[in-house]
Design a protein around this ligand. Structure first.
Ligand SMILES: Cc1ncc(C[n+]2csc(CCOP(=O)(O)OP(=O)(O)O)c2C)c(N)n1
Ligand SMILES: [Mg+2]
Length: 802
């Protein structure tokens, strides 16, 4: 950016706006918190101090530096600043501010989905929003390298980072990945107020940060002294004052900030007073002026902040370490306990008086400011950030065929089927295939993305040959990088996978270019990145997560990698539809559904068929297996496809006198099939229910309940229809390679007795047969369970099996 210097008139307006942001944010919190407390009696954190330390930096950014194409993740507790700024820009309503923290009011942490003032990236769980900006920048590069979205200028992805937020490991995982991927256009602005939630942070952290960022190829800009301090350092004795500031421990500096001018004077005179230059420097300032000088750290000094940001004329990633005071400008400034602190009504009054705000005029945009209103408004009207119109871009939906072609072999695993499906897609010239972008944290080959990558290549902005290929060494996998390729290979950190999926999955709204992201990982390691997955879902990022291998079915691979809880995560995670198919034709139907579903953003009216709000769309989780399973030769009828997508279908319909139903999910299909064969002679009309999505079945069932409770008496969910004719005395044995609670609820639909089989402990290695027996999910266990809940004559094969 080549920048004209800011005119003194504009600088004066920006200084006034900084005060206004500080006021509005503080008033919003004060107002909202007292309101909430009087409603519920629940005291929540004030966060006035956290917000205040970024007032100058955010004023500089939003009212001067940012362009419409730039995107920002604001640290969670600076949310009130953000809302105040949007209010001044006419993009946030007074009602929402007055209802801060309230039902449908402005959110306590900036939220893409719940706020209405165009939050770029949600924040809340510290560290995640920071990494989101890095991966959004990589996503922007990916999009542009493919020749898309080039009609818009490149944006900077900016994060406002709390200094204690840098304790989160995921930030460093992202830094390393950014270095590998040639990160550009990313700014992290650290609010170095040297305070966390509980206390004051360690000394000298800035030096670690500086080295660290430089090691990863970032530019580092340190804003330590404001312009008042810089001027004072040039006075006689100024050098001594600078030395004192540089060696003052963080807690002492904070304490003096809190105590104010008289305390500064005493301490400075005691420690460096010399009855000469330094004493003169101190004594020529009154208490207030001295306090203003000592509080004038770089991050609160608009001219320094503006200069630092405006001087960046390159696209290298840049870290700004901005010295600030937590609670700057407020009576609680610097106090170590100020994190959750809320100003008392008396303190609020003193701030009001200092800012010339008349009672009843708290929300007036320009109340108390010296510059005439029309000039302030004219300034706001030409703020560059607000010139671009709607920040939430749109991209058209791509048509997905109902059927994805795949050659089904007599015996194959769902993981193998997934590879084959993507391989077929990779051969196509379709728009859908072109928009798929795959990614994996160093398990590309072992999750069977290899055939896709062989055809579509690895993405990098700079082409890089596969040395093994150029050296003519035979290898199954083509490992060539190019800017047009479609697989992003990540290092092992699963957090990075989820945050990259979050960034890729928002590309339609951030870049105006739709991507169809597919990420693969081992099922147990979902837990490693769970908060990031939750974060991605909360932002309504759209992606397909393919987790394989899973459960104890990975048998000899290793006990430590067995996953139990993941099916329950799949059910419980908001914004994520979970499937666990057993057969490859099911997977093909689910993949076609998923590629369409992740593009939907309709109003979410519930379908009368399954009571799911499929029009709203969401992300998809597929839990797959490496176990080769004998496939069923059958035609994929529309009814079968619908059943698979809705969550279940009868693989064998129960007869009218049915005594037992086996309901299974996923890789244990052969055991379930074998079990019903074995008990067929001793139990009548046994039914076999294939459950492809416990998540969707369950969600449809509870939704239908709610609909009936609202008076829609005919509402009926898919599972209610499936089980409607199963006799009341029939028992249900449910079984899956995962926690039994996943399916055990089936008994509540009509009150059938259920024996839920599944896995509750893990860690043992062995052959598949050994482990299924050990954990009680083999055919024998199914038959034994059936015998116990569906009384009748002894099932004769039981003994033979044992
Ligand atoms: C993952 C996570 N853990 C804990 C918290 C609770 N928390 C909110 S803010 C905060 C301290 C933040 O300190 P810092 O980043 O320095 O911000 P400041 O308040 O100083 O502006 C903590 C621990 C959280 N929001 N997210
Ligand atoms: Mg802090």
């Amino acid at each position: 950016m080549s920048q004209q210097p800011i005119s003194p008139a504009d600088l004066a307006i920006l200084s006034e706006l900084e005060l206004k942001v500080l006021w509005l944010a503080s008033w919003t919190i004060h107002n909202g918190n007292h309101l909430r407390e009087s409603e519920d009696g629940i005291k929540v954190g004030g966060h006035q101090a956290s917000s205040a330390s970024l007032a100058a930096i955010m004023t500089a950014l939003y009212f001067n530096v940012l362009r419409p194409q730039d995107r920002v993740a604001v640290k969670p507790h600076a949310s009130p600043n953000f809302h105040a700024i949007q209010y001044l820009l006419g993009k946030q309503t007074r009602e929402k501010l007055e209802n801060f923290r309230g039902y449908k009011g402005a959110q306590s942490y900036p939220s893409r989905t719940k706020d209405t003032d165009d939050v770029d990236f949600s924040t809340g769980s510290v560290g995640l929003g920071v990494a989101q900006t890095l991966f959004s920048s990589l996503t922007q590069d990916y999009v542009r390298a493919h020749g898309w979205g080039t009609d818009r200028p490149e944006g900077r992805m900016i994060s406002l980072v709390g200094d204690a937020e840098l304790d989160e490991g995921n930030i460093f995982e992202a830094l390393l990945e950014g270095w590998k991927q040639g990160l550009r256009n990313c700014w992290w602005i650290i609010d170095y107020n040297r305070q966390s939630l509980d206390a004051v942070v360690r000394e000298g952290l800035w030096e670690r940060y500086e080295q660290l960022f430089k090691n990863f190829g970032w530019d580092v800009v340190i804003l330590k002294y404001g312009s008042l301090q810089q001027a004072a350092f040039r006075e006689p004795g100024g050098e001594k004052l600078k030395q004192w500031i540089d060696t003052c421990p963080n807690p002492l500096y904070s304490a003096l900030v809190f105590q104010g001018g008289a305390a500064w004077r005493k301490r400075l005179n005691d420690e460096i007073g010399d009855q000469g230059d330094v004493t003169a420097l101190i004594e020529k300032r009154g208490d207030d002026e001295l306090a203003r000088l000592m509080n004038n750290l770089g991050g609160h000094d608009l001219p320094s902040v503006l200069e630092a940001f405006r001087n960046v004329d390159h696209d290298r990633p840049t870290c700004f370490i901005c010295y600030t005071v937590k609670g700057f400008g407020l009576p609680m400034a610097g106090h170590k306990d100020n994190h959750a602190g809320l100003m008392t009504p008396t303190q609020m009054e003193s701030v009001r008086t200092a800012m010339n705000i008349r009672p009843g005029h708290e929300w007036d945009k320009f109340e108390g400011l010296a510059t005439p209103k029309d000039r302030l408004q004219a300034f706001l009207d030409r703020v560059p950030f607000a010139q671009g119109g709607d920040r939430r871009l749109k991209a058209p939906k791509l048509e997905v065929p109902n059927v994805l072609p795949v050659a089904i072999q007599p015996t194959m695993s769902t993981q193998f089927g997934f590879g084959a499906l993507l391989n077929e897609l990779a051969r196509e010239k379709s728009e859908v295939a072109a928009r798929i972008v795959t990614t994996s944290p160093d398990v590309t080959v072992s999750t069977n993305l290899g055939p896709w990558v062989n055809r579509r290549g690895l993405f990098a902005r700079e082409a890089m040959a596969d040395t093994f290929k150029s050296e003519r060494i035979p290898s199954t996998f083509n490992w060539e990088f190019s800017p047009k390729s479609q697989h992003i290979e990540l290092g092992i950190a699963e957090m990075n996978l989820f945050i990259l999926l979050s960034a890729l999955g928002l590309s339609h709204q951030i870049n105006g270019v739709r991507l169809l992201p597919i990420g693969t990982l081992y099922d147990p390691f979902i837990a490693r990145g769970l908060d990031a997955l939750n974060y991605a879902c909360y932002q309504e990022a759209r992606f397909i997560l393919v987790a394989t291998p899973s459960g104890i079915t990975l048998a000899p691979e290793g006990g430590a990698h067995q996953s139990i809880a993941q099916p329950l995560i799949g059910m419980a995670q908001d914004g994520l539809a979970a499937f666990e198919p057993a057969f490859v034709d099911e997977l093909a139907a689910i993949m076609a559904f998923a590629l369409d579903y992740i593009q939907k953003d309709g109003d979410g009216a519930a379908s009368e068929r399954n009571w799911l709000r499929d029009e709203t769309g969401g992300s998809v989780y597929l839990r797959l297996s490496t176990r080769p399973v004998e496939q069923i030769k059958r035609e994929m009828t529309p009814e079968l496809r619908q059943g698979i997508v809705d969550g279940a279908y009868w693989l064998r319909e129960p007869g009218p006198n049915c005594q037992v139903v086996v309901a299974y999910t996923g890789a244990v299909a052969p055991e379930a099939i074998q079990a019903i064969g074995l008990m067929g002679e001793d139990r009548r009309d046994v039914g076999l229910l294939a459950v492809t999505s416990a998540d969707r079945l369950n969600a449809g069932w509870t939704a239908a309940h709610r609909a009936r409770e609202r008076g829609l008496v005919h509402a009926r969910s898919h599972i209610e229809r499936l089980l409607a004719d199963v006799p009341a005395n029939c028992g249900i044995v449910s079984v899956l390679d995962g926690h039994p609670a996943t399916l055990a609820w089936l008994g509540s639909v009509y009150g059938h007795r259920v024996r839920g089989l599944g896995v509750e402990h893990f860690g043992q290695t062995g052959s598949l047969a050994e482990l299924y027996r050990h954990y009680g999910i083999d055919a024998n266990a199914i038959v034994a369970a059936a015998e116990s809940i569906a009384p009748g004559r002894p099932i004769r094969y039981l003994k033979a099996l044992g």
